[in-house]
Design a protein around this ligand. Sequence first.
Ligand SMILES: *Cc1c(COP(=O)(O)O)cnc(C)c1O
Length: 423
Amino acid sequence: MKEPFITKEKAAEIIKKFPTPFHIYDEKGIRKNAENLKKAFSWNKGFKEYFAVKATPNPFLIKILREYGCGCDCSSKTELMLSKAIGAVGNDIMFSSNDTPADEFKYCNDLGGIINLDDITHISAVEKACGSLPKKMSCRYNPGGIFKISNGIMDNPGDAKYGMTEEQIFSAFKIMKEKGVEEFGIHSFLCSNTVTNEYYPLLAKVLFELAVKLKNTLDVNIKFINLSGGVGIPYKPEQKPNDIFEIGNGVHKVFDKILVPAGMQDVAIYTEMGRFMLGPYGALVTTAINEKHTHKEYIGVDACAVNLMRPAMYGAYHHITVLGKEKQECVNKYDITGSLCENNDKFAIDRMLPKIDMGDILYIHDTGAHGFSMGYNYNGKLKSAEILLHPDGSFELIRRAETPKDYFATFDCFDIYNSLING
Ligand SMILES: *Cc1c(COP(=O)(O)O)cnc(C)c1O
């Protein structure tokens, strides 16, 4: 059973102030989860989570995570700017970018952030952009091939655009050491949304073994190993959630087996999770505004793929609860649609739900990461507000909804601007 973190009554109270659609975030859940993560890796002295800003780039939410020691994982200039604005600079920034413009390396370096190189050619790019290489740097590793766990293939790193080959990472570390880098990190992201406790420990084994080889071959000082993101959440009701304590223990065991005997017990473990940190603690709240009975049964809501792109983009499953009808039987088969002129603008296809009446409030689960942030403005649709639900039940606007003025803002240097915004 997947349960909403708000009731129909609470939703109605919020809607009086802020009309649907909106994304709402559960502060209580966010805090509990961040605390558990910290505990699960407390065996590692240097442990640090760098929240993947792209997942939910809202400063008010990331500030909550900062209270639990989280830094920011960025991959663009605006993400770096957001981090800076909330005081995350220096070692609180991990810049895990790819296809990076030179000026962004410079901007990151000016903030003192850690640059995580996606490619060996970026060594000279950083050197050129920043004058010299920073003392502390990281490289992203891609082992190629396919990545397997006990119950099958997880993903296909050989097809992924990210990271360096093993040969390249050895060359890169050698060059970087010669050019004055003193502290090194290794990073790898092999699979997305893994709903298994095995992923991090398996990845850790790959990276720890590589770290020992790099240290023994090149005598480099490896300070941290970054397991990146990819820890998933159960979008479907039948999935079993990851147990972060089991994951932490699993990594600990591999650490003791591989790094400790190599004299590398001081290596810090870093993570860059986005989805796991916020995914389950956000929901898209939307109202049923149209129904249509043609070759299928359609319910049209006031949100669309602009507010949550994952179903349209990946055919991703997001569970839906009709608020106030939690106990009713799911006897109707619906397509739940948005209003875009795109047939893939469907939050659910052939979904069994209770009978939906116009005005019903639909709660679309697990939109706390890669939800709002993937939004776009197709069909001139506007992005929604974001609201934070505090542990005491009070709520607060943490991003206002877009207005036509925002949509037309980039015409503000043209004469037509006034006609555009005056409706
Ligand atoms: C997207 C991304 C993450 C976060 O991934 P999740 O699946 O949300 O945990 C972390 N690091 C990098 C480099 C990414 O691109």
